[in-house]
Ligand binder design. Structure first.
Ligand code: FSX
Ligand code: SF4
Ligand code: F3S
Length: 365
């Protein structure tokens, strides 16, 4: 398998109109002026497509599935057109030793130039034996690839924060890339799975400006994760006026009222889901009647569950006041926060740190 072969196999070449449309969508999602679109198109259409090595660890492959097999083929084709996907276990034709050769050839030939995309969490317990590929642990593979990459994009909540594997009691000691890799710029594009437009915007920003976009303290691009889901939600007026669905299927639910009382975690979640929506049908969880479960937040499997109980600490208009503790959810949030502090401390001390220094948002400016 050589560079560009993926493009030929799945007929990814997009026409100029589609190309401009995709760049325009990404520019809008990034809050950039339309005047930036020609610059983005020029950068994305360059012959110097960045080689990409896509590593898969502990995950469900939903990130790749939503990216490549979504009902928005233009975005998938655009992504495949602007990057040179040199190694991706899910879609590459090569297998076994041939695939291994492709990985090593790419990271050595394009040292310091390729983008590494990581999908999935990395198990660290018991020497990392719970995820092995070609006889090597995910930790070893990351340790080999990460220092040679120009930048790392952690796609999905698993690669960003450990994801479902890291849910209490985290039996394999799963962590995100940032917990292990130091010295290489890293950006987190969380979501379970993330919206493809957030990944596309991150890649286009890198190609256009030569650096990763600005991030929040959790390493997430501000253009996508800079505002609360709740603050952009079309049901926000119902929240503000105290109109809530009390249970699924009741009159309030059928009327499209706010879903906070049936468990929506939008007030505690940062994402652009209400603004960019999913696929080509313009929907997102809340628009089809289900609350946000906070899938872009660290440890959301623990901190945001039970998914159908109220998020504590939210001042509810309409007389209910602040729910200080919603069933077991409040206790869990406190417990998990304390545990997370412990986990991060343990990772820093006990696990192998790849590279020399931490990659902070400031490093990437
Ligand atoms: Fe994780 Fe990606 Fe959730 Fe799955 O592979 S972010 S489990 S949707 O898809 O890594
Ligand atoms: Fe929308 Fe959920 Fe906020 Fe209600 S609680 S306004 S449904 S994000
Ligand atoms: Fe995830 Fe909530 Fe968006 S569950 S997909 S962050 S609406």
């Amino acid at each position: 398998m050589s560079r560009h072969d993926f493009g030929k196999e799945v007929d990814v070449k997009v026409n100029r109109r589609t190309f401009i449309k995709g760049c325009t969508m990404a520019a809008a999602a990034m809050g950039l002026s339309e005047t930036m679109v020609p610059k983005m198109v020029e950068a994305a259409a360059s012959d110097q497509r960045p080689p990409v090595v896509w590593l898969h660890f502990q995950e469900c492959t939903g990130c790749t599935e939503s990216l490549l097999r979504g009902s928005h083929p233009d975005i998938a084709r655009l992504i495949l057109d602007i990057i040179s996907l040199d190694y991706h276990e899910t879609v590459m034709a090569a297998a076994g030793h041939q695939a291994e050769k492709s990985l090593h050839d790419t990271i050595n030939k394009y040292q310091g130039k390729f983008i590494c995309v990581v999908e999935g969490g990395i198990p660290t317990k018991d020497g990392g034996i719970y995820c092995k590929i070609a006889g090597k642990t995910a930790m070893d593979i990351l340790a080999e690839v990460a220092p040679k990459a120009a930048a790392i994009i952690a796609i999905g909540s698993c690669a960003s924060f450990g994801g479902i594997q890291a849910a209490d009691p985290n039996p394999t000691g799963a962590v995100g890339v940032k917990d292990l890799v130091k010295g290489t710029p890293i950006i987190n594009v969380p979501g379970c799975p993330p919206n493809p437009i957030c990944f596309l915007g991150t890649v286009l920003h890198y190609l256009t400006f030569g650096r990763l976009p600005r991030t929040d303290q959790l390493g997430r691009p501000l253009f996508a994760y800079g505002r609360k889901t709740h603050d952009q939600c079309e049901r926000r007026a119902h929240f503000d006026e105290g109109r809530f669905a009390q249970q699924f299927g009741d009159k309030g639910h059928l009327e499209g009222y706010c879903l906070y009382k049936v468990g929506c975690k939008g007030p505690g979640t940062f994402s652009n889901c209400p603004a960019v929506r999913f696929n080509d049908v313009g929907t997102w969880p809340v628009s089809v009647g289900h609350g946000c479960i906070g899938c872009t937040e660290p440890a959301f499997w623990d901190t945001m569950s039970p998914f159908y109980e109220r998020l504590p600490g939210v001042n509810i208009p309409g007389g209910d006041g602040i729910v200080k503790e919603a069933g077991s959810a409040g206790k869990k949030i406190l417990g998990v926060t304390a545990a997370a502090v412990g986990i991060h401390a343990a990772v820093g001390i006990g696990k192998r740190i790849i590279g020399g220094k931490d990659s902070t948002p400031e490093d990437q400016e």
